[in-house]
Design a protein around this ligand. Structure first.
Ligand SMILES: [Zn+2]
Length: 411
């Protein structure tokens, strides 16, 4: 059966927005778009605007049951990491079940805010049914830690297993996430990159996130060194000093897709390198998490000006009050009003879908793509639809089989 929807506005993202267009949907996919509304049986949605379901490029859903971020505004990053470790340890033997509950809740929260795809950093043990949500597609990037040589082999074996795991759910695909320079050795990063290239896996790595991280790389010293020493994981040969983020970028450029998460403190040469490799590399800016840690102003404008692909993420509720990606868009619009609005929309749809390797199904409204869309009610005679959308809040619609009264309620 083909479902037809006559819409006030369709922001396809692949091309110019269409006013008064009919979407044809079959088997959960868009099969055609026609301008105008000749089709008499179409469901009338002329007071709505839609865009592709939002893509949250970076989050850690296991923290979705936290009531508020860990620590306090402006907390130092190494201190915050210690809080995260303590929070995880608090689950004790219940960790798999508690985590699955949080992931489930995180997917529900995402759907409530128009998000139809998440780039989720997954940690073991992992319960597949936690991902059981008919509305949200999960790119499950397995986090790989690796400073301890004794468990490196096991970690890599787990990553390989994750890459080829026969999921019974249809809404998942795998990825890999070598965690961060202070938590994984370069040779382990290399293995992750090879796996990404061999299996066509999207890869994400936290990089150039804090000044403390740069200090550890450049001088082999600072709060991260102290933290690692306290954990019995500091080894001088891993952090001899004289290291730069650029060395990691060069390594990551060999991956199928590589997302640099945060990139708060990139140098000029590193930005130029990312621009040169924009066909596979991106930077994920997590605006409200960035603000939580009181970092220096983000380089997003420089990145965009030089041609780097920038996407947006919420990061987790351990550093952000919610998983509302649209609030990140609104934050960026407020803080960086010179960034064109259309470009902002791309950062949470098309560009993010590409960064996560799911661009064949998500990120644009065109034939062959998913029928999950983000919808905004638009009052009659509205003079500026995009401004109305940016001031509003989207809901997630599945156009695969009609819409419910809940979907259409505007109050
Ligand atoms: Zn993160």
């Amino acid at each position: 059966m083909i479902w037809k929807y006559r819409l006030g506005w369709v922001y396809t993202i692949s091309g110019l927005p269409l006013q008064d267009a009919t979407l044809f949907v079959e088997d959960g996919q868009i099969v055609a778009i026609e301008e105008g509304g000749q089709s008499s049986e179409a469901i009338d949605l002329r007071e709505w605007a839609v865009m592709p379901a939002l893509v949250n490029a970076h989050t850690h859903l296991e923290f979705s049951n936290l009531e508020g971020p860990l620590g306090t505004q402006g907390i130092s990053f190494p201190k915050w990491i210690t809080e995260v470790i303590r929070y995880r340890q608090g689950f004790g033997e219940n960790i798999a079940v508690e985590k699955a509950e949080a992931v489930r809740s995180g997917l529900r929260q995402s759907a409530q805010h128009g998000v139809g795809v998440v780039g989720e950093i997954a940690t073991l043990p992992l319960i597949e049914t936690a991902y059981e949500n008919p509305q949200v597609y999960v790119v499950s990037l397995l986090e790989v830690l690796g400073l301890d040589p004794k468990i490196s082999v096991e970690r890599l074996a787990q990553a390989e297993e994750h890459a080829i795991y026969p999921w019974s759910l249809k809404n998942i695909s795998p990825g890999i996430s070598p965690h961060a320079p202070y938590s994984i050795r370069m040779d382990m990063v290399e293995h992750c990159v090879s796996l990404s290239a061999a299996q066509q896996l999207p890869l994400a790595m936290h990089l150039a996130e804090t000044l403390e991280e740069l200090q550890l790389l450049e001088e082999g010293a600072g709060p991260f060194r102290t933290m690692l020493e306290n954990m019995g994981l500091f080894n001088q040969t891993d952090f001899p000093g004289g290291k730069r983020v650029l060395a990691y970028l060069k390594q990551l450029s060999q991956a199928y897709r590589a997302m640099v998460v945060h990139g708060n403190y990139l140098h000029e040469t590193e930005i130029a390198f990312l621009a040169e490799h924009a066909e596979t590399m991106s930077v994920c800016y997590c605006p409200r998490t960035h603000a939580y840690f009181h970092h220096d102003r983000h380089l997003i404008e420089d990145l965009l000006a030089q041609g780097v692909s920038v996407v947006l993420g919420t990061d987790s509720r351990a550093s952000n009050p919610d998983l509302n990606l649209w609030r990140e868009v609104q934050f960026v619009q407020r803080e960086f009003p010179d960034i064109p609005e259309e470009q902002l929309l791309g950062m949470v749809t098309k560009d993010a879908a590409f960064a996560l390797g799911v661009e064949d199904s998500f990120g644009t409204i065109e034939p062959g793509r998913s029928a999950m869309v983000a919808a905004f009610p638009i009052p009659k005679g509205c003079p500026d639809v995009l401004t109305e959308m940016l001031a509003g809040q989207p809901r997630l619609w599945n156009l695969a089989g009609g819409l419910s009264e809940v979907d259409l309620a505007t109050a």
